[in-house]
Design a protein around this ligand. Structure first.
Ligand SMILES: [Zn+2]
Length: 60
């Protein structure tokens, strides 16, 4: 079996296992010139790293 195919958002460059989500991300990124946290949290990159800190602490 080959590796799981990943779909990349051409705007932000994050990868998704789900093509539909990758397309959503791309559409959102293009329209809003930024990522939706609801979408990026589903990305492979986000799931790989188990960050302890919540997004609450990022605001500054
Ligand atoms: Zn994106």
């Amino acid at each position: 079996m080959a590796e799981k195919q990943l779909f990349q958002c051409s705007v932000c460059g994050l990868h998704y296992e789900n093509k539909e989500i990758a397309k959503k991300c791309e559409a959102y990124c293009k329209e809003h010139n930024g990522c939706s946290l609801d979408i990026t949290k589903l990305s492979v990159e986000r799931n790989k790293q188990s960050s302890k800190s919540d997004s609450n602490e990022l605001s500054h």
